[in-house]
Design a protein. Sequence first.
Length: 342
Amino acid sequence: MIAEQTLMHAEAASAAAIVAAQLVGAADSIEPLARRLCADSPQMVATCARGSSDHAATFAKYLIETRLGIPVTSAPPSISSVYQVTPKLCDALWIAISQSGQSPDLLAATQAAARSGAQTVALVNAPGAPLAEIADTVISIGAGAERSVAATKSYIATLTALANLVARWSRDRTLADQLLAIPDKLAAAWELDWSPLADGLTMARGLYVIGRGPGLGIAQEAALKFKETCGLHAEAFSAAEVRHGPLALVGADFPLLVFRQSDESAQGIDRLAAEVGERGGRVFVVGGGVPGTISLPTIAGHPVLEPILQVQTFYRAVNALAVQRGYDPDNPRHLRKVTETV
């Protein structure tokens, strides 16, 4: 198998064009929703998602809490679908994220949220998805059909849609303006060389993936992709949380992949990477030049948008790693594209 011939490679490579088209059509759904949220001033936000969509929800959590100061919680779908409890969500915003929009548990949870008085928003990729039929507002991700089981372009398109919503809701003109440049930056990010990561993990048995703030959702996504496409066990941790026990496993044979964006968290992430490097651990750092670590290049930009650019480059590297390890990244074992849970 040749890495450049996989569906995963082709679909991830198309993200820049997809995001460019998404930004053109954003005013139809995102701007009216942002104006309504400014007027309604929800007191809290609840997200509901699974898999890669839940990692996008983590990204949204940090954006909303840091840009708007509104607390965000991740709602387990099973509260409504299994335990039959309707949460108290009056004056709340409910954001359900799903590529297929078909999973029964997300549908049940969104219906329960609506009954409790929440304003419901669905981010979906599939036109006419059941989730879109029951939400007050629908934001189309617009990624198109994704044939590889591993989500790539749909994840990136979800992140940019969420960033666009928060930029408009918070009236952050700087973020909104820099979003316009992200298609070109995604294209540039796709061309970056992360072969040291793929080569360095070919024989690995496990690793931690580290992020903080908006980068934590990207770390979660990377850990999932290592598992599902490469058969490589990976766990994601906050740069702060990994110090509370998990760091004991890190060493020369158990590396770290660290995602770093240029915001207030950068200094702490650099300290962690430097400490592990000094102890003889192998550390791959995205977006930083920490002595004693392996630096992976990235495209500079707005701190909120840098994680999106980093995951674009990561997708190319993890696709190559999967092939080097003898896996087919388009058809992970025991998985299928649409997962319907109750």
